[in-house]
Design a protein around this ligand. Structure first.
Ligand SMILES: Nc1ncnc2c1ncn2[C@@H]1O[C@H](COP(=O)(O)OP(=O)(O)O)[C@@H](O)[C@H]1O
Ligand SMILES: [Mg+2]
Length: 249
């Protein structure tokens, strides 16, 4: 479904992403891991069109989407969440999700008009699906951190994606919130027949749900394959030495 070939991106001469190639099959759950600064967020921004690569290609369903604008890539079925939350804190949960539906359907935002009736049912269904039912009137900025991340997932789902790019979906979460989020992701991916590509620092999470793992180090792919093979890879172990690739080590 997603095919990345020799993708590179430099910032002022510094190679943040260097000739990265990877593929994700339809309905696969794939992870990109690597130490801080390895180039994970940059790679996601290159895929979603938020950054332009210096070289290389991104293909979706065989079609070259390299350098296409983010909103067009989104329309092609690529949803994403960001490492830092991008909800509107002063709008309610309902209004945040409604805004996402309005934007996706090209109706724009009209905070001053009466947009209340629009997408009421769609928002209600999404609220139930992301586990935020009963919170529709809550100001998004006052939600717990974990609930804000759930809302962010809802915002990404409002565009009805086929593939979801998630940049550290459990960053900053407690162990309980992390657990809940992972179960939520698995359930939603199953229900909606989604393909997932995510980055994650928590190795327990990675090894519990990823079917395929790509390891980045200093912008390059150092390993790519099935979780067991990646876990046993000598280069990966060297990079993660002392960081505990698997909890308990
Ligand atoms: N907009 C930018 N301008 C300059 N350097 C950047 C920019 N974005 C990322 N970098 C650098 O590129 C490298 C990779 O960053 P990033 O993709 O955020 O890594 P990760 O998400 O794996 O932690 C880091 O050294 C970072 O400082
Ligand atoms: Mg990052």
């Amino acid at each position: 479904m997603l095919e990345i070939a020799k993708l590179s991106k430099s910032f002022a001469g510094f190679r943040a992403v260097s000739e990265v190639s990877l593929t994700v099959a339809t309905r696969q759950i794939a992870a990109v891991i690597g130490p801080n600064g390895a180039g994970k967020s940059t790679l996601f921004n290159l895929i979603s069109g938020h950054l332009q690569p210096d070289a290389g290609t991104v293909r979706l369903d065989g079609r070259d989407i390299t350098g296409v604008a983010p909103h067009r890539i989104c329309r092609m079925g690529v949803g994403r969440s960001f490492q830092r939350t991008n909800i509107f804190p002063k709008l309610t949960v309902f209004e945040n999700l409604q805004a996402a539906f309005l934007v996706h359907h090209g109706q724009g935002l009209n905070f001053w008009g009466r947009s209340e009736p629009f997408y009421r049912e769609e928002v209600a269904a999404l609220l139930a699906s992301i586990g935020l039912r009963g919170q529709e009137r809550t100001l998004a900025g006052t939600l717990s951190y974990g609930n804000q991340k759930q809302l962010e997932l809802g915002l990404a789902l409002a565009s009805d994606p086929r593939i979801l790019l998630l940049d550290e979906p459990t960053a900053g979460m407690s162990a309980t919130e992390t657990d809940e989020t992972i179960h939520l992701l698995e359930r939603i991916a199953g229900e909606r027949e989604l393909t997932l590509l995510f980055t994650e620092h928590d190795m327990e999470v990675v090894f519990s749900i990823a079917q395929k793992i790509t390891v980045l180090h200093q912008g390059r792919v150092i390993a790519d394959g099935a979780p067991d093979a990646v876990r046993d890879d000598a280069e990966v172990r060297r990079v993660y030495l002392g960081h505990g690739l698997v909890r308990g080590e």
